[in-house]
Design a protein around this ligand. Structure first.
Ligand code: HEC
Length: 238
């Protein structure tokens, strides 16, 4: 069930019914194309920016699950490239059901069983910090690592991961974890193949197929950043 929540990284751009608990909630991931039922048919550039950077719909309501907390940091250039890309998609006709949250679903959200709305976290009035120039350096690695904090925790030392009540800690990516013994080469190989230097095959809950498409320089910058972090103990579980 939680696997479905996490499908956002491999976003199916034509939309899908994303997460349904009968009697509780139905959360579709919208069809992003300009086909029937797609938000691309009506979204202006401002609407795209508001949704991606702020986690807010054109009508002002907050988007659920959408990881805008990480996307908030995207540079104007990168955000522009994402928007240009989604606008270039061939239209897919796929009308989606409405988002529905029943009483029980609202209670589950209320007691914090789901990730909070990104929109509640983002400083909408303030500016996101200026994005660093792309390059093989720690600052650019930190910029790229924002998306990793969604699952590996704000300090990247692991966070609870899995269905409510059955969480396991996601791995510690600081030098306090297994990565301390890895080389840059081993790290890049892991993200490209899903197999770690200790020959562990990563599940697809770790979106290595997407992240493995980063360039060598991007992965090197990420590695420099992760390796520069203080060695923190495995975090995540209370
Ligand atoms: C959608 C959630 C998610 C995101 C986002 C994510 N990861 Fe992961 N990652 C996981 C999970 C879950 C595992 C454990 C998978 C397993 O053990 O099969 C993992 C495992 C790893 C491992 C293996 C660690 C070890 O000790 O074996 C590395 C390395 C890693 N992730 C790097 C990254 C980096 C770098 C990013 C950001 C670019 C990132 N992850 C973003 C969920 C995520």
């Amino acid at each position: 069930m939680f696997k479905k929540i996490l499908k956002w990284v491999g976003i199916i751009l034509g939309g899908q019914v994303y997460f349904t608990v009968p009697g509780m909630l139905t959360i579709p991931t919208p069809n992003l194309t300009a086909g029937a039922g797609g938000v691309g048919a009506t979204f202006s550039d401002e609407d795209w920016v508001r949704a991606i950077r702020h986690g807010v719909r054109p009508d002002g309501s907050a988007l659920f699950i959408m990881p805008s907390k990480a996307f908030h940091y995207l540079s104007d250039e990168d955000l522009g490239a994402v928007i240009a890309y989604v606008k270039s998609l061939s239209p897919v006709d796929n009308p989606m059901p409405e988002r529905r949250v029943e009483l029980l679903g609202r209670m589950m959200i209320g007691v914090g069983m789901f990730p909070p709305f990104a929109a509640d976290w983002i400083d909408h009035a303030g500016q996101a910090p200026a994005a660093p120039q792309p390059g093989v350096n720690i600052a650019y690695g930190e910029y790229l690592a924002h998306i990793c904090t969604e699952c590996h925790g704000a300090n990247l030392n692991g966070a609870p991961f899995g269905p409510p009540g059955q969480e396991v800690p996601s791995p510690n990516l600081t030098p306090g974890g297994e990565l301390a013994a890895w080389s840059e080469e081993g790290f890049i190989h892991t993200l490209r193949t899903g197999v770690t230097p200790s020959m562990q095959t990563l599940s697809e809950e770790m979106p290595w197929k997407s992240f493995g498409q980063m360039t060598d320089d991007e992965l090197k910058a990420l590695w420099l950043y992760l390796h520069s972090l203080p060695a923190r103990e495995q975090g995540g579980m209370k």
